[in-house]
Design a protein. Structure first.
Length: 229
């Protein structure tokens, strides 16, 4: 699903920052992987490259058979619409849109017919246990519920790759646990490849594999025997 070869990412500002200093990594279809590492170690930068939100300074980022480092902005935007979905710590919902409208957004952007949108939105809201909340605004929901709306929005397109940047970072332990269980269920039932950045060892232990970053390099990469239990 993902293959990164000698990926380097530097940011040019007043002084140059090397965010990723040569990453080599292969993630197979259907894996559920946690990425951990100190603040500033390059986790979000890595996720952004995997999602085609940004391009590396050098190296290859192969995702679902495409080299995103060599794609045009237009090519990457098409890729983002069909192959990948994102969830963030801060949910990123549209405050003026109802739950169902937030979830429908990526389908509207993709030009899916209205009838099909309604059917798919109802199905994913059921999957995340929020069918009773579809007419509410994000403000009227708890943090855990908001994150479930964001997950429903990520699932609705059927993208094979789900990238999550600290999805439980704003939640208490119990709410975080619900989100982890939901991600595991999605992974098991849909076969979605999930890459999740986290600071939380418990969240990482829900994954089958743990990749550790330090100073823009892979410091550790291990299969977790108890992953997902
Ligand atoms: N747009 C940018 N311009 C300049 N430097 C940046 C930019 N984005 C990130 N960096 C730098 O690149 C390095 C890696 O940042 P990144 O956001 O990937 O870290 P992170 O591991 O996600 O950290 P955190 O755990 O705090 O979210 C940091 O030193 C950061 O300051
Ligand atoms: Mg980050």
């Amino acid at each position: 699903m993902l293959k990164l070869h000698d990926v380097i990412k530097t940011y040019d500002g007043k002084s140059q920052v090397t965010a990723l200093a040569g990453i080599n990594l292969t993630i197979g279809a259907g894996e559920m992987v946690a990425i951990m590492g100190p603040s500033g170690s390059g986790k979000s930068t890595l996720l952004n490259l995997m999602g085609g939100l940004d391009v590396p300074t050098s190296g290859q980022v192969m995702v679902a058979g495409e080299d995103l480092a060599r794609e045009s902005e237009k090519g990457r935007s098409l890729f983002r619409r069909s192959k990948v979905s994102y969830i963030f710590q801060a949910y990123h919902l549209m405050p003026t849109l109802k739950v169902s409208q937030n979830v429908a957004l990526p389908l509207h952007l993709a030009g899916v017919p209205a009838g099909e949108i309604n059917r798919k939105v109802a199905q994913v809201l059921k999957e995340v246990g929020l069918e009773a909340r579809s007419g509410h605004l994000p403000d009227e929901l708890s943090g855990g519920e908001r994150q479930r709306v964001a997950i429903a929005r990520a699932l609705v397109t059927g993208a094979p790759l789900l990238l999550a940047d600290e999805p439980t970072g704003n939640l208490d332990t119990a709410r975080g646990e619900e989100i982890l269980n939901l991600l595991r269920t999605i992974h098991r039932e849909r076969g979605t490849t999930i890459v999740m950045v986290t600071h939380d060892h418990h969240a990482a232990s829900a994954c089958d594999r743990l990749i550790k970053l330090r100073d823009g390099k892979v410091e550790g990469d291990s299969v977790q025997a108890g992953g997902g239990k």
